[in-house]
Design a protein around this ligand. Structure first.
Ligand code: DAH
Length: 342
């Protein structure tokens, strides 16, 4: 028994000294010293000995075990580098930098727009992305059978309502928030609403099925197109941090009368004409107009007493202009090389 213990000890120490790899050394330790290890087995067999032998051989076995353990510790330390050195913490080293996320360019721009509009006394509102046909179209003066529906094709949700009608759509614009706001807050009213909108579009560099819009509207007793132009000019000048000129052309949107298209002077050439503005000096930016009396009525507002302006603009398009991005697909593409630039 004594011989066996000494033999196995020598064997372990011999093998251990030859190992140059930390993992292998640990494997060896498990093989002999682990719960089911060979040396452990020998120790267990001591229980069958007489009390006398147990005392004598037990002492020897314990000494051998300690010898082996300290040899393993020493060898492990040599393999992982000097123990003292690895315990040393250099507090003067620079810390590890945490990877931090940051805002998406659209969110940055939306934050700027919120600041601009709250400073002009506008409320910030929200509306659902999954909208009813009524709020998205009907209440905005786009009846079911009207050809104006073709202007904005969207995704209809395949789940009938209580009356068996398919009346849920992914909102095509932020304009439905107008009706919701009028019904909730009444007149006078000054609001913006920003968020995602959806269209059934063929995707290319300037069209996507999902993009962001901002809607703005102001309702009061004496609101005119002049107020609209002033607000838009202020907004654009603050977004682009330079004096922006705007020009107004007639345009058709079912929910406004009159309807207008608002162009801004090109920020690249200042209006003299360049490739960015196709030599026109102007860029088409915003749809707007005076809120149609029928829309005010749907919103529960007396159209005899109150009038209001409304506008809608692609925040995505504005971001493309502001940051010089030429492909809309980058915004929802999750490419870190793009996102990290903001
Ligand atoms: N909702 C329109 C669109 O998505 C944009 C728009 C045009 C909004 C005129 C308005 C408006 O409020 O008055 O194309």
């Amino acid at each position: 028994m004594e011989k066996e213990i000494l033999k196995i000890k020598e064997e372990i120490l011999f093998k251990a000294k030859k190992i140059k790899d930390f993992e292998l050394l640990r494997d060896l330790e498990t093989k002999y010293m682990g719960r089911k290890g060979e040396f452990t087995k020998v120790l267990r067999s001591l229980s069958g000995l007489s009390t006398e032998d147990k005392k004598k051989i037990g002492r020897l076995a314990n000494t051998a075990k300690q010898e082996i353990a300290s040899a393993f510790t020493e060898l492990k330390n040599t393999l992982t580098g000097n123990e003292k050195e690895s315990d040393f913490v250099d507090v003067t080293l620079p810390g590890k930098k945490e990877e931090r996320g940051h805002k998406h360019p659209i969110s940055i721009l939306m934050g700027d727009l919120e600041d601009i509009f709250t400073s002009m006394g506008f409320m910030i509102l929200d509306g659902p992305e999954l909208e009813s046909d009524f709020f998205n179209f009907e209440a905005l003066n786009i009846p079911k059978t009207h050809p104006a529906r073709d202007m904005q094709d969207t995704f209809y949700i395949d789940k009938p309502n209580k009356n068996g009608e398919l009346d849920l759509v992914m909102r095509t614009h932020t304009s439905p928030v107008q009706i919701r706001a009028m019904r909730e807050h009444g007149a006078p009213l000054r609001c913006i609403a920003q968020g995602r909108v959806f269209r059934n579009e063929a995707i290319d560099a300037v069209h996507d099925t999902t993009f962001d819009q901002i809607e703005g509207f102001m309702i009061g007793e004496d609101i005119s197109l002049c107020n609209l132009v002033a607000v838009l000019k202020e907004m654009l000048s603050r977004v682009f941090k330079q004096e922006i000129k705007v020009r107004v052309r007639p345009g058709y949107f079912p929910f406004v009368e009159p309807g207008i298209e608002v162009d801004m002077s090109c920020t690249i050439c200042g209006g003299s004409g360049c490739p960015s503005c196709k030599q026109i000096g102007w860029l088409e930016m915003i749809g707007a107009g005076m809120i149609h009396p029928k829309v005010l009525k749907y919103g529960g507002i007396d159209s005899e007493k109150y009038s209001g302006f409304a506008f809608g603009m692609g925040v995505t398009r504005l971001a493309m202009m502001k940051y010089g991005i030429d492909d809309i697909r980058l915004f929802n593409g999750s490419d870190m090389r793009f996102l990290k630039q903001f």
